[in-house]
Design a protein around this ligand. Structure first.
Ligand SMILES: Nc1nc(=O)n([C@H]2C[C@H](O)[C@@H](COP(=O)(O)O)O2)cc1CO
Ligand SMILES: [Zn+2]
Length: 162
């Protein structure tokens, strides 16, 4: 009898891998964010990436970061990956779930995470940790009892031929 494979993906690698794969759908030229919401018993409930709302064409809206006119920047239009994943979930409650996300949630997504009953955030990058948005996000999550911790990289590389 042969024994089981030894190099299978861990749960954390699997879910963060799916979060990153989802981020590859993003049309944002500077930052692609992806996430994956998972139940307490490790079932995938929803996924998301940053993009425009339905009906808003990726080719007609701006992807600029800077500009005198905020209406000519992406910030007023894009839906963040985490909010997309929460809003896209059609199955009922997300209470007690965890979210794997490639970038630490902003304050607006933190509000949605808290209100949806998500209890744990596993993030990869925290590149905006010094901004008011992320400081406020952590403050609210601390108050609401949402735990957050950084994904521990294993440096495993996955090659998929498509
Ligand atoms: N947690 C997040 N989830 C997201 O989906 N985003 C999105 C909004 C923008 O489309 C992009 C950030 O663009 P930039 O400022 O790094 O060029 O990532 C941003 C954050 C950061 O808080
Ligand atoms: Zn956000």
């Amino acid at each position: 009898m042969s024994s089981k494979r030894a190099d299978y993906l861990t749960w954390d690698e699997y879910f963060m891998g799916i979060a990153m794969l989802s981020g590859m759908r993003s049309k944002d030229p500077s930052t692609q964010v992806g996430c994956c919401i998972v139940s307490q018993d490790n079932k995938i409930l929803s996924m998301g990436y940053n993009g425009l709302p339905n009906g808003c064409s990726d080719d007609e809206y701006p992807w600029e970061r800077d500009g005198e006119d905020p209406l000519e920047t992406k910030y007023v239009y894009t839906v963040h990956s985490e909010l997309n994943a929460i809003l896209n979930y059609g199955g009922g409650s997300l209470k007690g779930s965890k979210i794997y996300v490639s970038l630490f949630p902003c304050n607006e997504c933190a509000k949605a995470i808290i209100q949806a009953g998500i209890k744990e955030v596993i993030y990869e990058s925290d590149k905006y940790e010094d901004t008011a948005s992320v400081i406020a996000s952590k403050r609210m999550m601390d108050s609401a009892g949402v735990r957050y911790h950084k994904y521990r990289r294993t440096d495993r590389e996955i090659k998929i031929k498509l």
